[in-house]
Design a protein. Structure first.
Length: 246
């Protein structure tokens, strides 16, 4: 694993009108890392990803990717550089087929590397056999878990250096969450860099190497997953474990 950050965020601030959602956040992801961002609802986690990915332009701070300043680039430009965001709620194209959604995920490559895209389809189907079975179904007819599989696959088809995932577990059954968390762990073991925003802190800390705890738009704690899982603040606030009496 390289020590040079793949992603480096410095002093990130995100505002919506007069409201400040992200207040001076610093974080980084090194090549090959799986980094988690945890925190309660409304803490600013999604806004951090929106600022990094280009869905909103930061009001202050800097976003560097592979050593280049990408702060002011639009989302589609960042996709071309190797960033992919799987948004909260998945946002698949429900009236399009599974196949159409996958092709749209590879739109930056479709004309110049169609053979490579079709070969990656086979890799996707190995990861998610259900998607092959449902290839010509409308995406809106899939179960929530299948839709999340489709959203992950759509992101992977852009061949990202960094895969960003916002609330993987949202609305999914515990068994499906476990399966998808295992999938992320396996993708990371193959070298895929991942930035995971997740409210289920215990699941995120179980697969990540490092993590950031966000509160009121700021980084309140950071460290290895083992350190944070053992932190009294994290244990009580996010893992439902009471501090031991002294």
């Amino acid at each position: 694993m390289s020590d040079r950050p793949l992603l480096k965020v410095s002093g990130l601030q995100v505002r919506y009108g007069g409201a400040t959602a992200v207040r001076g956040v610093d974080m980084e992801v090194r090549p090959g890392e799986l980094v988690a961002v945890i925190g309660n609802n409304g803490a600013g986690k999604t806004s951090i990803l929106r600022g990094i990915s280009g869905l909103v332009r930061p009001s202050a701070g800097k976003v560097e990717f592979n050593g280049a300043d990408t702060t002011t680039l639009a989302a589609h430009q960042k996709v071309n550089l190797g960033m992919a965001l799987i948004p909260e709620g998945r946002l698949i194209f429900a009236d399009q087929t599974v196949e159409d959604n996958l092709i749209l995920g590879a739109y930056t490559r479709w004309n110049r590397d169609r053979a490579g895209v079709l070969a990656q389809f086979e890799e996707i189907f190995e990861l998610f056999p259900r998607l092959r079975e449902r290839l010509h179904q409308r995406a809106g007819s899939l179960s929530g878990g299948e839709q999340q599989m489709l959203a992950i696959s759509r992101g992977l088809l852009s061949k990202p250096a960094l895969l960003m995932i916002d609330e993987l577990s949202l609305g999914l059954a515990p068994k499906v969450v476990e399966q998808l968390m295992t999938l992320l762990r396996n993708l990371n073991a193959r070298g895929q860099s991942i930035l995971l925003v997740e409210q289920l802190a215990s699941h995120a800390l179980a697969i990540a190497q490092r993590a950031y705890v966000i509160g009121q738009g700021r980084v309140e704690l950071e460290g290895t997953s083992a350190q944070l899982a053992g932190s009294p603040e994290v244990m009580e606030t996010f893992l439902g474990k009471k501090r031991k009496a002294v």
